[in-house]
Structures are given as C-alpha cells and as structure tokens.
Design a protein around this ligand. Structure first.
Ligand code: SAM
Length: 244
C-alpha cells in the first residue's frame, strides 16, 4: 500500500514513522509513505499557501491551487484505478474515524491524506477534489498532521504481514465489535493482587470463555452502545439482558 500525506509540516512525521511497527512495515516495503510538502506546489516568490478569508474573519485559509496541484502530481504516477483513489481531507467536520473505516482504507492500493492548517482549507478543495472527509474526534486540533498519523497507524497495522501472529489484530478492541478483555503478564501476584486463576490454568477452552465473557462485561460497562451491533450468541444476549 502507498499512503501519500500532503502537509505543510513534513518534519512532524519523522519520529512516528521511524519507530515501531510503522518503521518495520516501511522497511519491509509493506507500505510506502510519501510525505509531500504542499508548499513545494506554491510557485510564487514566497511559496504562499494561505490567504485571508473572503468575507473577513480571523485566521488564514489554505489556498486551493497548491493542494490541487499536489494531488494531480500524485495522480500522474498512477497507472490504473486512479478514479478509485481515496483523496481524504482530515477535518473535524468529517465522518468519525473508526476501526471499520481503518479496515475499509486498508483494502486500497493507495490513499491520499490532506492535512489542513489554520482556519482550514478553501471549500473548493472539499467540493471538487476530495472523495472523503475524516475526523479523529469531536475536538479541534491545530492541524491535520496528528490526525493523518492516527489514520496511517490504524490502517498500516491491518495490512497483511505487518503484525506478527503474536500480536494479531483480531482480538483488538472493536475488531470483534467488543472491547478487548483484560490482559495480564508476570508476576502472577503483584503487591498482593493476583492474576485471575483461570489464566494460569492452561485450559485453553476455559481461558477463551473467560476472555469472551470479560470482553462482553467490559463493553457493557464502558460502551453499551457497541453491544447492539456486536455478534453475540443467544446465550450471550441472555447474559447481557440479565446484567442490564
Ligand atoms: N476552522 C475549522 C473548523 O472549525 O472546522 C478547524 C480548522 S483546524 C484549526 C485546522 C486543521 O486541523 C483542519 O483543517 C484539519 O485538517 C485539522 N483538524 C483539526 N481537528 C481535527 C479533527 N478532529 N480531525 C481531523 N482533522 C482535524
């Protein structure tokens, strides 16, 4: 997969993409990350990328021309399926990012992420260039860079071969429609607090049952809204109704 990120602050991506699973995925060529400085597509003397808002008001707005040009230049290198290419604007006004959207994006061969700044981007970018808009939460950041990192990280860890079998994403929170069960490691007793006995039993069936039950209980306690869509057996539904 190829992820192109359009930004005014390329240096922000250095550390996150040279650490941990993202770095490993890049090194193994499971993903290619291209950080494109929007300013390189501004051709006046001062490489101007922003301007005052028509109608007045505080703050600057990102101009359309450099963003359109940056996207067009990426498209030129795409041989087939260019019409399918997701061009995503990170914006607090977008659809809320989720594990489901991460899965959706992980199926594409290439994705473009556009990071806004200042008061945002000229509306014509939204209307005539982007194919999707994503928000990482109901709060406002100063730029789309952190949001792009969140999206890239969540998508890349779903790509085949990125996670070893020892850290499969299948049990992760949201992957099953439930929050993940509690995790413990050694020591078995710490400050008098013991690991649940079942986890030390070596009985895999009992452990799997316990984890499933804990995931349901935890979801009911913290995110009951998720349970409506979770794939529960009849028995599990009865358990939930009883607990409710
Ligand atoms: N004036 C804009 C508004 O009210 O919708 C907010 C602009 S914000 C200060 C600057 C940029 O940060 C946005 O263009 C967007 O790219 C990014 N951004 C801020 N919050 C975000 C969020 N929750 N999710 C995704 N991107 C966000």
């Amino acid at each position: 997969m190829q992820i192109d990120i359009l930004t005014l602050f390329p240096q922000m991506f250095q550390s996150p993409f040279s650490t941990g699973i993202l770095k490993r995925a890049i090194d193994q060529k499971l993903v290619g990350i291209n950080i494109q400085n929007i300013r390189d597509c501004a051709h006046d003397k001062h490489h101007t990328v922003d301007d005052y808002a028509y109608g007045g008001g505080a703050g600057m707005v990102l101009k359309p021309e450099p963003i359109f040009e940056a996207v067009e230049s990426i498209k030129l290198d795409i041989k087939e399926g260019v019409n399918m290419l997701p061009i995503i604007l990170l914006t607090p006004q977008g659809r809320p990012f989720s594990q489901q959207i991460a899965h959706e994006l992980s199926r594409y061969r290439q994705v473009i992420l556009i990071c806004g700044r200042y008061e945002g981007v000229d509306e014509r970018v939204r209307e005539h260039l982007v194919t999707d808009e994503i928000s990482i939460g109901d709060y406002v950041l100063s730029g789309g860079e952190l949001a792009a990192m969140v999206v890239a990280e969540a998508v890349v860890r779903l790509l085949p071969g990125v996670l070893g079998s020892e850290d499969s994403p299948l049990d992760d929170s949201y992957a099953t429609g439930l929050l993940e069960y509690p995790q413990y490691t050694r020591p078995a007793v710490y400050k008098g607090w013991s690991v649940p006995q079942v986890l030390l039993s070596g009985n895999h069936a009992q452990i799997a049952n316990w984890r499933r039950e804990q995931a349901i209980l935890r979801t009911l306690e913290r995110r009951p809204d998720l349970l409506d869509k979770a794939n529960l057996s009849l028995e599990e539904k009865r358990l939930v109704n009883g607990l409710k």
